[in-house]
Design a protein around this ligand. Structure first.
Ligand SMILES: [Zn+2]
Length: 210
């Protein structure tokens, strides 16, 4: 399985990591990379696109670091509950340091800013995949991080399998009038290429002309 993607934003009062996916091991890898790239700063927030197992299994590592989870209000109480369960089979940092699980909930929108960097978090309206599916948008960088709405094929010239979630993501981008150039899918394509908004538009267009 290819490694899931995440983005770290160096905010004045602490780092914000967008998505803590896959597993505690992947979470710890991401955290180690973040500390290498942005030394001497703690991770204040970890943003969670949705509660599905493969997108939340890295969160434990972030909670152990003292980070607060930002997630949809549809997950109210959920992470507090599951992270309080005994995790004794393969003890990790959280099962050892018993850090308190801190969660902040998002309805339709939340903006994080330090005056230099801005992160907008939006709800994917109409998602059938997950009621509380969120995505993150960096207006200055024109980057959008999303999970499961658009999982691009392994190579750019491969046809994307038809997926109504692609059109829904594009609808949401248009509805919010977001100026997106680059998409960072948490399920990053195997060739590691940069995914442009045009690729999403093409995937939607292919579907429409079928
Ligand atoms: Zn997924």
């Amino acid at each position: 399985m290819p490694a899931y993607a995440a983005i770290a934003v160096d905010m004045k009062d602490g780092i914000v990591v967008l998505e803590g996916p896959q597993s505690t091991m992947r979470g710890e890898q991401i955290i180690a990379e973040v500390h290498k790239d942005i030394p001497g700063k703690s991770i204040k927030y970890v943003f969670n696109t949705h509660s599905h197992f493969d997108h939340s299994s890295g969160l434990r590592a972030f909670v152990a670091e003292g980070a607060t989870i930002i997630t949809s209000q549809t997950n109210k109480g959920y992470f507090e509950k599951i992270f309080a369960l005994p995790h004794t089979l393969v003890p990790d940092k959280l099962s050892q340091n018993h850090a308190k699980v801190k969660v902040e909930l998002v309805g339709d929108k939340r903006v994080l800013t330090d005056g230099v960097h801005t992160i907008e978090i939006h709800k994917t309206q109409g998602s059938l995949h997950n009621e509380g599916l969120l995505f993150a948008y960096l207006p200055k960088e024109k980057v959008l991080l999303e999970a499961d709405s658009f999982n691009p094929p392994a190579t750019a010239d491969a046809a994307a399998p038809p997926n109504p979630a692609n059109a829904l993501l594009l609808d949401n981008i248009n509805r919010l009038k977001l100026d997106v150039e680059t998409i960072v899918p948490v399920h990053y394509p195997a060739d590691g290429r940069k995914v442009s908004i045009d690729e999403l538009k093409r995937a939607v267009g292919q579907r429409a002309t079928k």
